[in-house]
Design a binder for this molecule. Structure first.
Ligand SMILES: [Zn+2]
Length: 133
């Protein structure tokens, strides 16, 4: 199958690589990703032909924290396997103390035909896990 147009990789700079690695390592494993690379300043996880990279931001760039309402990335969305999988992840995230977003509208914060859970990563990047139609 042609790979044309498929996302090759996404690279995120993080404020605390250890903290982000723990969080994203858990989440991406739940979604079927496997550890791909690891070096002192970064790590990545891969699923199929796409991988996500997390790199420690340099100290001198940490004075302005990430904010998803500024210009730039707002959120990343991933498919769950089904609605039960969304529920299971929502439960596990709550138990981990992750910041769940729009709890009063869960799981329909994205509309009545969109079954999803929304939460923040350790740098407050919004993440969405959505059940296939
Ligand atoms: Zn979305």
């Amino acid at each position: 199958m042609a790979k044309t147009g498929v996302v090759h990789h996404i690279e995120l700079y993080v404020s605390d690589l250890e903290r982000s690695s723990v969080f994203w390592g858990w989440l991406l494993s739940e979604l079927g990703y496997e550890r791909y690379q690891k070096w002192e300043e970064g790590t990545s996880w891969k699923l199929g032909d796409t991988y996500l990279v997390f790199v420690q931001a340099e100290e001198r760039f940490l004075d302005i924290p990430y904010h998803r309402c500024r210009v730039g990335l707002n959120h990343l969305a991933f498919y769950a396997s089904c609605r039960d999988h969304v529920d299971e992840l929502a439960e596990k995230l709550a138990r981990k103390g992750a910041a769940l977003l729009y709890p009063e509208q869960h799981p329909y914060a994205g509309g009545k035909n969109h079954y999803a859970v929304y939460f923040e990563d350790p740098d407050k990047i919004k993440v969405e896990i959505v059940a296939p139609e």
